[in-house]
Design a protein around this ligand. Structure first.
Ligand code: HEM
Length: 135
């Protein structure tokens, strides 16, 4: 059932609280059972019912747990037809991950430079002390 293909027109028919599909990253999710449980409220889900909710979903910065929940709601993939809206926020799904990892690298680099500085300073002090002894 999860590999069923839906067009935008098919998805658009599922836009009520009793029958609620959303499109996120070109996958179709059936939120009907989830709508009452959504920590962000039913209103926001109903707003994007039957439509592409990629941007709305990503803008909130949902947790990994939310993404796991999402996978359980998967019912199919989007079948694009000419003239359909273009994919939304495709890159932005990658951007936060890329940013996080580069931020992590940045911190590590600072740590290495900092430790390197301390080691260098220690060596310098040691060197000076040795020279002092010789003189
Ligand atoms: C079917 C898709 C969705 C799932 C599975 C889902 C799941 C969740 C989960 C588990 C949370 C709790 C916080 C977290 O773990 O990140 C959450 C919070 C939230 N969600 Fe969603 N969500 C979905 C779609 C949406 C959409 C389309 C919107 C539209 C704006 C939205 C708006 C919010 C907001 C505003 C919160 C924050 C609530 C708060 O912290 O008070 N969600 N969602």
């Amino acid at each position: 059932m999860a590999d069923k293909e839906y067009t935008y027109q098919d998805v658009a028919e599922h836009n009520t609280k009793k029958d609620l599909f959303v499109v996120i990253h070109d996958k179709i999710y059936d939120c009907t059972k989830f709508v009452d449980e959504h920590p962000g409220g039913e209103e926001v889900l109903l707003d994007v019912g039957g439509q592409d909710a990629t941007e709305a979903f990503e803008d909130v910065g949902h947790s990994d747990e939310a993404r796991e929940t999402l996978e359980q709601l998967l019912v199919g993939t989007l079948k694009r037809k000419p003239g359909d809206p273009s994919p939304k926020a495709q890159q932005s799904s990658l951007a936060p991950a890329a940013n996080t990892s580069s931020a992590g690298l940045g911190t590590a680099l600072y740590a290495i430079i900092f430790i390197g500085g301390i080691l260098g300073f220690g060596a310098f002090q040691y060197f000076q002390a040795q020279q002092g002894k010789e003189a």
